[in-house]
Design a protein around this ligand. Structure first.
Ligand code: UDP
Length: 313
């Protein structure tokens, strides 16, 4: 049986990846230090003999007994308010954590896939963002702790690939949503859904003219799975190119949730908030034969079922 280590296993994406690899017949070791993850996301896996959980912070030396075929490094605070609250941990898990896991992959002769991000493009001056764009990042701004950790992660991963011949994969993940997102993680989608369900103001930051492109989690997982099994070691964007302004997005959530008490309110735009974001996914289409299948309208309906079940009101 093939064995995979997934870091950040109790988080939003990590837990969906655990499910996918169990479904595909792998043995899965899930690792998490639970600073933003939640065991509820993986408690259904605990009775399975194919699954084991290791409570560990990967920015410290990582040891796993026995062989390993694959490592997926998905551990990191991933929402702007989380990395503002935990700047040092964010830097450490992307840098020291990545280094530890690359070392482990080398020791086990395992293939490693690291979760990078559209944040490597910063506040982009090229639109849509292609993988050969180098980005526009403020290293000392509040988002720098995440962006630069992920940029270092990519550099370190490529160095292990080049100098040690390690099999490496780098996925640049664009805004992703779906069940198991933390309701209070501060990201726009859980925030708007919670506010709309509770009948509060949807807090649009700035004028709401900034854009994002939202990808449903099942599509993301499929893209990651295909990339891992491919032989492509350069970074690749995985996201849904359906772009929307945050103001229009707030309106879409209002229509969908249909709570007459909810309305739009405006708040200050955070520092260094990217003005535009949309993935160019030509590479994923050509190399992985991957394309997102869930449109935003359909994905948001699925997400609403989840948020209605978990938002206290
Ligand atoms: N945003 C907003 N209201 C909120 C939370 C976020 O208008 O309550 C905006 C934020 O300024 C950004 C976009 O929504 O332009 C996406 O923010 P998020 O925190 O989800 O992630 P980002 O894509 O910025 O990493």
């Amino acid at each position: 049986m093939k064995k995979v280590l997934i870091t950040g296993a109790a988080g939003f994406l990590g837990s969906h990846l655990c499910d996918r690899f169990i479904k595909e017949g792998y043995r899965v070791i899930g690792m998490d230090n639970l600073i933003t993850g939640n065991l509820k996301n993986i408690e259904h896996l605990f009775p399975l003999k194919e699954f084991e959980f290791h409570f560990h912070d990967v920015s410290k030396f990582v040891h796993v007994p026995g062989h390993l075929d694959y490592i997926l490094h998905f551990a990191s605070p991933a929402s702007p308010i989380d990395y503002l609250k935990m700047p040092i941990q964010t830097l450490k898990v992307g840098s020291l954590g990545t280094h530890n896991l690359l070392g482990l992959a080398k020791e086990k002769r395992a293939r490693i896939l690291v979760a990078s991000t559209s944040e490597v493009y910063g506040d982009p001056l090229v639109h849509p963002q292609r993988e050969d764009y180098w980005g526009n990042v403020n290293p000392v701004g509040p988002r720098g702790v995440y962006d630069e950790a992920k940029r270092f992660q990519e550099a370190m991963t490529m160095a292990y690939h080049t100098y040690h011949g390690l099999e490496t994969r780098i996925v640049r993940i664009f805004n992703t949503y779906g069940p198991r997102m933390r309701v209070n993680d501060g990201r726009v989608l859980p925030t708007f859904f919670s506010q709309a369900i509770r009948g509060e103001g949807l807090t649009v930051f700035g004028s709401g003219s900034q854009t994002r492109s939202f990808c449903y989690v099942d599509d993301l997982v499929e893209g990651v799975y295909r990339l891992l099994l491919s032989d492509y070691s350069q970074p690749i964007n995985i996201g849904n190119p359906e772009e929307i302004t945050i103001l229009d997005f707030a309106r879409q959530v209002l229509r969908l949730v249909n709570n007459p008490k909810a309305k739009i309110v405006y708040r200050d735009l955070p520092i260094d908030d990217p003005k535009i974001r949309q993935p160019d996914i030509s590479k994923a289409k050509n190399i992985l034969q991957w394309t997102p299948l869930v449109c935003r309208q359909e994905g948001l309906k699925k997400a609403l079922l989840y948020f209605r079940a978990v938002v206290p009101y």
